[in-house]
Design a protein around this ligand. Structure first.
Ligand code: PLP
Length: 359
């Protein structure tokens, strides 16, 4: 099996796994202690969480606090519903966690259009009266990198706060400068599943969604998992240390994959893009048949959330593709642990299987 679905999730880094193990140990080692208990094992676990919080913060701007959540989806819901906005503006290519939380918030929702290149224009103006603007750093389906600093400025000029879903960018790119709220997910940066974080700029007030024991400064009640926090922290440290190396590796992989897919159309801008996301289309391609012909290749027909629904991707529709074009698109996602030979073999087999369809 060759794994080519890095936008859906990433392999757990061995360093992150190592960091988790002490907190998953048996009864004698006391790694299981509740980090919110005042006794010594509890305080030891709490110290591990404090360290992990500092480690995750190295991927974020200064001047704010990191609140751990169960996922980025939860972090985005906390950011949107916790602000209780009356008017929110979101780009048309946001993840469902943003689109659905905005719809559920009861606020008026304005859509910010993207161009056919998959980019929100830098000079987008935000209407006065908007409370919150949400634009992601890197799109999960087509990989386009949004002009977040300019859009944060436009939001502030209109008197709004700026929320950035940095799930696909954190650990790969510099932090989203100018944002007031930033959501992250550990499992997209080679950390464990089941933990995310919301970074909150100092002075930004939020109401909690989950009530109870008052953990995370009262913003997110519930016992934290030291193992998940430690894994997230270790993955963040590693991503930060390897940022240039990982980007260079991905750029090399991109070059060879693009050569093999000569003649296929790239969905989304090439220049402002995370190169570990190759979203391509070939008119007339039967993607379901392709996937069934190549069951030992784990690639995607779109975003993991949308695939299986039978509906064409809202992102591909937003960049102007017809339903047919959207349905003849595939996403190949690669990253730190992808071996060049594996990627080349997989791409060559995809091209051959498409050719066998006569398209
Ligand atoms: N935002 C983006 C851009 C994503 O790609 C994802 C995951 O698919 C999420 C949010 C949700 O992250 P999580 O799986 O941590 O809830």
């Amino acid at each position: 099996m060759i794994y080519l679905d890095y936008q859906a999730t990433t392999p757990l880094a061995p360093e992150a796994r190592e960091a988790m193990l002490p907190w998953l140990s048996g009864p004698e080692a006391m790694g299981f202690a509740n980090p919110h208990s005042p006794h010594r094992p509890g305080r030891t676990a709490a110290a591990a969480i404090d360290l992990a919080r500092e480690q995750v913060a190295t991927l974020l701007p200064t001047g704010g606090q990191v609140v751990f959540t169960g996922s980025a989806t939860e972090a985005l819901n906390l950011a949107i519903l916790g602000r209780r906005p009356s008017q929110i503006a979101v780009s048309t290519i946001e993840h469902a966690a943003v689109l659905d939380a905005a719809a559920a918030s009861g606020a008026g929702v304005r859509m910010i259009e993207v161009g056919s290149d998959g980019l929100v224009p830098k000079d987008t103006t935000i209407p006065a009266g908007t409370d919150l603007v949400a634009v992601m750093q890197v799109n999960n389906e087509i990989g386009t990198i949004q002009p977040v600093a300019e859009l944060a400025r436009a939001a502030h000029d209109a008197g709004a706060l700026f929320l950035c879903d940095a799930v696909q960018g954190a650990g790969k790119l510099a932090p989203s400068e100018g944002a007031d709220l930033i959501a992250l997910s550990a499992h997209k940066l080679c950390g464990p599943k089941g933990i995310g974080a919301l970074w909150i700029r100092d002075g930004v007030e939020l109401a909690p969604l989950i009530h109870g024991g008052g953990q995370e400064g009262g913003l997110r009640s519930g016992t934290l998992s030291p193992a998940l926090c430690a894994g997230f922290g270790a993955a963040a440290v590693l991503a930060k240390a390897r940022m240039e190396e990982d980007a260079a590796h991905v750029a090399e992989l991109w070059k060879s994959a693009r050569r093999i897919f000569a003649g296929w159309q790239l969905n989304g801008n090439e220049a402002s893009r995370w190169l570990g996301n190759l979203n391509l289309r070939l008119d007339g391609l039967d993607v379901a048949r392709l996937m069934s012909d190549l069951r030992d290749l784990a690639f995607s027909a779109g975003s993991a959330c949308a695939s299986g629904s039978g509906r064409p991707s809202h992102v591909l529709r937003a960049i102007g593709l017809t339903d047919r074009q959207a349905k003849s698109s595939i996403r190949i996602g690669f990253g730190r642990y992808t071996r060049p030979g594996d990627l080349e073999d997989a791409c060559a087999r995809i091209v051959a299987a498409a050719a066998a369809q006569g398209v």
